[in-house]
Design a protein around this ligand. Structure first.
Ligand SMILES: Nc1nc2c(ncn2[C@@H]2O[C@H](COP(=O)(O)OP(=O)(O)OP(=O)(O)O)[C@@H](O)[C@H]2O)c(=O)[nH]1
Length: 364
């Protein structure tokens, strides 16, 4: 027969076991929640179709999911290839302070294995320009054995990332991010190719029409000014006939470059047809448009264009028709407003040609 003492010990042991089981259950519940959060994060990451999605997932969702103070993504883009595409697609880098670009010649990014440990100002400042964590994990992003950038995880806790922590989990995370990154960059590249004129590198007609429609809609809503320039190279057929098609192509490229130089970042330039370009000037009245058009005309006319194979530089001029959409009429659908604006600029261009070329004419 068991004594009262034995019974009491049994009860206490039972209570102890019960408490341990409750702890284990609680731990399992927390683990399950963490796993679900990680799975949701993986799905968002893998589902990123555009650059914007990926950057937002990495810089906003990732710190939340993994309990971090900051996550930054540094890309290797020494030839500015990625930045040019993002700029042309109107993806403003200012919107993403945690997206960084490695500076050529500065401390090389880690390759192969992640590095974990305490924050080191000299080493980590470029990866965390706006926040100083206590401990960091720097994960190399590799594709086909080549480094494409790095992911930097920052925690406010000193003990979070230490040299002896197993790295399998974060290595897997880095390889998923690297694949997703390559995928979104390729998607944006394809989009860019579809909207770019291969000869001059400026936007093509499809892009400029699309952009005009958006900007006209915005100008109508915000009651802001918007102008359009229709630019045509004078006697371009003579260039082709006299110096060959290749020289004609060189002239087209140089004229596109000179036009672009006179524009602000918010303006758009597109090749509209053979030797025709359209410029869309946002927040620009007819006076602004006339001033910019005159600058473009002068920049083409003032300096002859050097052509490979030709003995002398070619004197090229352009004629420009300018039309402003002011005040924007909200009752007209944006596509009709776009066609009207282009038609008015085209009509002004016709008058510029008729009245002697190498001039700017404003639409009525
Ligand atoms: N090299 C080259 N020529 C092109 C291209 N696209 C169109 N052209 C040529 O551009 C010329 C346009 O000639 P026209 O429309 O007669 O006009 P223009 O000679 O510029 O005369 P005006 O506009 O009246 O001053 C044609 O000879 C086309 O073959 C191109 O991609 N490359």
């Amino acid at each position: 027969m068991k004594s009262a003492v034995d019974t009491q010990a049994l009860i206490e042991e039972n209570q102890q076991l019960h408490a341990e089981m409750q702890d284990l259950l609680e731990q399992a519940r927390i683990n399950q929640q963490i796993m679900q959060r990680h799975q949701a994060f993986d799905l968002r990451l893998i589902g990123s179709g555009e650059f914007r999605d990926l950057i937002e997932t990495v810089s906003l969702l990732m710190p939340n999911t993994f309990n971090l103070e900051i996550v930054t993504l540094t890309l290797i883009d020494h030839d500015f290839d990625i930045r040019r595409i993002l700029q042309d697609l109107q993806i403003g880098l200012d919107e993403y302070p945690n997206l960084l670009f490695h500076v050529e010649g500065s401390t090389p990014l880690p390759q192969d294995k992640p590095t974990l440990g305490a924050y080191d100002l000299a080493l980590h400042k470029p990866l965390f320009p706006s926040y100083q964590p206590a401990s960091v994990a720097v994960l190399p992003l590799m594709r086909h054995q080549n480094p494409i950038g790095c992911l930097a995880l920052g925690s406010a806790h000193e003990g979070r990332f230490t040299g002896n922590l197993a790295t399998d989990f974060i290595e897997r995370l880095a390889s998923v991010v690297a694949i997703c990154l390559e995928n979104v960059i390729n998607n944006e590249r394809l989009k860019h190719i579809g909207l770019t004129d291969p000869l001059t590198g400026v936007n093509n007609r499809r892009y400029i029409e699309q952009r005009m429609q958006e900007e006209i809609g915005r100008a109508q809503r915000e009651r802001s000014a918007l102008s359009c320039l229709f630019i045509d190279i004078d006697h371009f057929k003579r260039v082709n006939d006299k110096f060959g098609h290749q020289s004609g192509d060189d002239v087209l490229r140089e004229v596109a470059t000179r036009i672009k130089k006179e524009l602000r970042l918010s303006d758009s330039l597109g090749r509209y047809g053979g030797e025709e370009f359209i410029v869309l000037l946002t927040q620009a009245t007819v006076h602004d448009a006339a001033r910019i058009a005159e600058r473009i005309r002068a920049s083409v006319a003032q300096q002859a264009i050097l052509i490979a194979g030709a003995d002398e530089a070619l004197q090229i001029t352009v004629s420009i028709g300018a039309a402003a959409q002011m005040p924007p009429d909200r009752s007209i659908p944006a596509d009709i407003a776009r066609q009207k604006l282009v038609a008015r600029a085209d009509e002004a261009l016709y008058r510029a040609k008729e009245s002697g070329r190498n001039r700017v004419v404003l639409a009525d």
